[in-house]
Write a protein that binds this ligand. Structure first.
Ligand SMILES: CC(C)(COP(=O)(O)OP(=O)(O)OC[C@H]1O[C@@H](n2cnc3c(N)ncnc32)[C@H](O)[C@@H]1OP(=O)(O)O)[C@@H](O)C(=O)NCCC(=O)NCCS
Length: 146
């Protein structure tokens, strides 16, 4: 088990937006079809969602998880540990913080999506007790775009 790192995990504040987006970019989590700043604001504004961040003792933002539930299952997005701080237990702390956030709201199962281009991260989640679920995910833009 990774040694406990000295970080504080807390809900993101509005003024964290730029630092959080920079972390997501540095971790390769942004894609052309999603504006990360919009994602940050939308999750923070939601009644059933939030962005949690980890801060190091010097105040640097070193981890994140976007968490929310859809009235049934819980979901994690943007799980990230700062590139210079990976392997120190921050990713585990973010996943666990997301799980606690969901459990506190009565959610009994947590799920997440891994992009096809990021399959090496699957072993990380399996190590934390997740299992690959035999489901086919279907999606559709409903804002008019093709
Ligand atoms: C994935 C990521 C969040 C992991 O964070 P991290 O801080 O490096 O991981 P941790 O140090 O918390 O690792 C937690 C545990 O998982 C294990 N682990 C980490 N990566 C692993 C891997 N690829 N395969 C198997 N186990 C792994 C660690 O050994 C550690 O075990 P322990 O707690 O029993 O000692 C981080 O690498 C990251 O930000 N990657 C880029 C963004 C990304 O791909 N996010 C996921 C999107 S789906």
């Amino acid at each position: 088990m990774t040694a406990t790192v000295s970080i504080a995990v807390e809900p993101a504040r509005p003024e964290d937006e730029a630092e959080v987006v920079a972390l997501w970019r540095a971790c390769g989590l942004t894609v052309p079809y999603n504006d990360p700043a919009t994602d940050f604001c939308f999750a923070r504004a939601g009644a059933a969602s939030d962005v949690l961040v980890a801060r190091a003792a010097d105040g640097a933002l070193v981890g994140s998880v976007m968490v929310g539930h859809d009235g049934h299952r819980g979901w994690l997005y943007y799980v990230a540990a700062a590139p210079s701080r990976q392997g120190e237990g921050i990713g585990r702390r973010m996943v666990e913080a997301g799980e606690r956030w969901l459990a506190a709201r009565g959610v009994v199962k947590v799920q997440l999506l891994v992009r096809e281009t990021n399959t090496q991260v699957v072993a990380f989640y399996e190590h934390l007790g997740f299992e690959v679920a035999p489901r086919t995910v279907l999606s559709k833009w409903i804002d008019g775009r093709e």
